[in-house]
Design a protein around this ligand. Sequence first.
Ligand code: AMP
Length: 414
Amino acid sequence: MQRPPFDTLGAISTTDESTTDEEPTPQPEPRSFSELGVAAPLVESLATRGYENAFAIQDLSIEDALAGRDVCGKAQTGSGKTLAFGIPTIQRLAEGERGKVRGLILVPTRELATQVVEELEPLCEAVDLSVLAIYGGADIEKQIKRLKQGIELIVATPGRMIDLIERKEVSVTGVELVTLDEADRMADMGFLPQVEWILRHIESDHQTLLFSATLDGAIDGLVTRYQTDPARHEVEQNEVTVEQMAHRFLQVHQMDRAKVVATIIKNSNKTMVFCNTKRACDRLADSLDDLNVASEPIHGDLRQRQREKALGAFADGKIQALVATDVAARGIHVDDVDVVIHFDPPDDHKTYLHRSGRTARAGGIGVAVTLVLWNQELEVKRIQKRLALDIPIVEMFSNDERLGDLFSWDPTTA
Ligand code: AMP
């Protein structure tokens, strides 16, 4: 069968932007949620989170899904896919009856179930809908009790959902909207038979949304069997994922921190170091200079020419490190960056990925090193949890041999 081409819209990440803050490469103008036809209560709820403009996958999918079409979206975690299916699901459910299960989102893991519910709960509240996470390993009686209170939207892992259907504690016969989230992961985990079992038990006419990082093989089969003339949308993935690089979390001491950075840089090819402020970038570049490491700061207070010069010197290997703020680093594409150092821990997991994505580009090997002062441990652990990076924070001094080859040791056994 001839497939319709995918609608594609530029990258979701900021990595296509220019290296300067003044002259960004033109990007498609992002549309606001209201422009996409999202209802006022939902727009208001999103605005309280600071979300006004849609991400690419949302821009592509929301209108079609609101119009009742099946949507097949190729998008990864971090692309904003949860709201791409969540907003239309909630808006369509808001129009109908309360007290019965009318929406179902199937996800591969309990963590994802919880995350999706957290993301969608405020929107459900805004239109008076109840949403419930259902997953294995949690108290089933509690879930049954919540179901009896009347739930319109369920976010579930397939196994526990089937368990509850078989016990007749819940029914999917009247489901109007079903989403398969991370369909490729559900396939990898062997859940497709369960997913299909559930889909077969939906009796009513319904809309099916499917999101997956890949759409070949088993997923293609799902699309053919369970979707009708789906709108196909894809966002380019410029971000690397956590699996594509090594991660080291080093507990360091304030007085020794710059020395640790210097040792790593000396033992690497090209290093990008991230600081949270322009001042911190300048100070660190000065300290590195004192430690005989050639680096340049790169941030918004520097003239365009200075930044270009620094970037050129870095790309040519004349200096070994760039010390950058997040804003200044946007769009910097330098090959062979083998180490990214989070001198200051990033604000959140998205920033961690953005920064770390400067290494391991195009399949190269890379390592992301996060320096952790004693009072930063909690925030770093929060980011690790969000990225499912279960890696110990290892105490490290600048004279430690392990800094000479960050790949050669395993932090889980260190
Ligand atoms: P997801 O890919 O659905 O896990 O989303 C990734 C992250 O982006 C989540 O933390 C969302 O809350 C956030 N997010 C999703 N859509 C938007 C948006 N339009 N504006 C800002 N942040 C968003």
